[in-house]
Design a protein around this ligand. Structure first.
Ligand code: LMR
Length: 415
């Protein structure tokens, strides 16, 4: 039989999902999954946040809920609450009506809509993403119409810290209107964020060179356990009067991974462009997925707008970020106790869900082949894949691997 589909090239696997599947298919009893960025409890289980479960039950029992279409730009109650969470309820840009949010599909969908808006409507064609970055940034922006994908220096592997001078120099050389993708907090994969002083320098260059900042905020609350602290950079840009867009994902901080809850926040200098911008966004979304889903956004809106539920949720965020911190200490402590070659301060100094361990690709492969421990080939590990039952096993495996394949750089972290 002939087929029209002859000759289709096999695409490369998507690393994080391929690893997830390989882990699920692995029948080894002591296997450990440190790959995909999703929270796990101390029993190694996914966590439906109790406040989310509670709201889901009340929504299910509410006869006024239905399955009608949402507007193209989503639920206003959700977008307004999410925008306040990011910028602060009394933020001048909100009070002055210069900020608005629209609902989209988690982080990726929000970035994709944003890319298309920036490319088609504002005609920007060059974007910069950090080296290294979340591996999807490049694909999303290229699919969104951007012609020129460029990296800016971020990571200094010698010192395991941000190469701020390299970053600033790359930004200074970027063409006017280049879109600069910045991680709002808990940089993925390095777990290393700029300090306030470094953020100020980044903002200076962005203003001076007339670049366009796009914040990707996927981990608000996960970096420090405090929503306001984690919004520092975004709020500082708003205070300085810099126009920007910020895409928010509620996958991690609400544990709503498969509900695709996202918000795109616009901060503009002039309110008179707001209606036109929204109309163009509506056309982009209408042609892409028509309108967003209700369930997850309704949960987030309910929690953010109810002071009691909001406090409960903030407590959940602290539980998650505290557990991650404990695992950092637990791993570092064990590696030091074993006398594992290398310096392990960076494990506790990095923040957020991930640690950029410094393990080499060969060591990562060895850990998978010999110990059934799964992590990204960059050496990024999801810290909450660790728990009291597997910490000794993982630390021992890392120790044995580094001893056998001594490739880790013995350097200090200045995060
Ligand atoms: C991750 O970085 O592991 C997560 O954000 C999942 C993904 O989509 O890559």
């Amino acid at each position: 039989m002939t087929t029209r589909f002859t000759g289709i090239k096999l695409g490369p696997p998507i690393e994080v999902f391929a690893l997830q599947k390989a882990f699920v298919d692995d029948s080894y009893e002591n296997k450990v999954n440190l790959s995909i960025g999703a929270y796990r409890t101390s029993e190694g289980k996914p966590w439906v946040l109790p406040v989310v479960r509670k709201v889901e039950k009340s929504l299910a029992a509410d006869d006024l809920q239905n399955h009608e279409y949402l507007p193209v730009l989503g639920l206003d109650a959700f977008s307004e609450a999410a925008t306040s969470m990011l910028l602060g309820a009394d933020s001048p840009v909100i009070v002055q009506g210069r900020a608005f949010g629209i609902q989209s599909l988690s982080g990726t969908g929000s970035l994709r809509v944003t890319a298309e808006f920036l490319n088609r409507v504002l005609q920007y064609d060059t974007f910069y993403y950090s080296k290294p970055s979340w591996e999807n940034h490049r694909l999303v922006f290229t699919n969104g119409g951007f012609k020129h994908a460029r990296e800016y220096t971020y990571w200094d592997k010698e010192t395991r810290s941000i190469d701020i001078e390299g970053m600033l120099s790359d930004l200074r050389n970027a063409p006017e209107n280049a879109v600069i993708i910045l991680h709002a907090c808990a940089h993925n994969p390095t777990g290393c964020d700029p300090t306030p002083e470094q953020w100020a320098k980044i903002a200076d260059v962005i203003e001076e060179k007339r670049l366009f900042p796009l914040f990707d905020s996927a981990y608000q609350g996960f970096a420090s356990g405090d929503l306001d602290k984690d919004a520092y950079a975004v709020r500082m840009f708003a205070e300085r009067g810099i126009e920007f867009i910020c895409t928010q994902s509620f996958a991690k901080n609400f544990g709503l991974y498969n509900e695709r809850v996202g918000n795109i926040v616009f901060v503009l200098n002039d309110t008179k462009e707001l209606v036109q911008a929204k109309s163009q966004l509506a056309l982009i979304i209408r042609g892409m997925y028509s309108n967003p889903p209700n369930h997850g956004a309704r949960i987030v809106a309910t929690v953010l707008r109810n002071p009691i539920l909001f406090e409960e949720w903030k407590e959940h965020i602290r539980t998650m970020s505290d557990r991650i911190k404990e695992m950092r200490i637990g791993l570092q402590h064990r590696l030091l106790k074993l006398g594992t070659p290398g310096v392990w301060d960076h494990i506790v100094q990095q923040i957020g869900l991930f640690s950029y361990t410094g393990l080499t690709e060969r060591q990562v492969q060895h850990l998978r082949n010999h110990y059934h421990i799964y992590m990204l080939r960059s050496g990024r590990v999801n810290m909450c894949g660790l728990n009291e039952s597997n910490l000794d096993y993982v630390a021992g495996a890392i120790h044995e691997t580094i001893t056998l394949l001594p490739e880790t750089r013995d350097l200090h972290c200045k995060c």
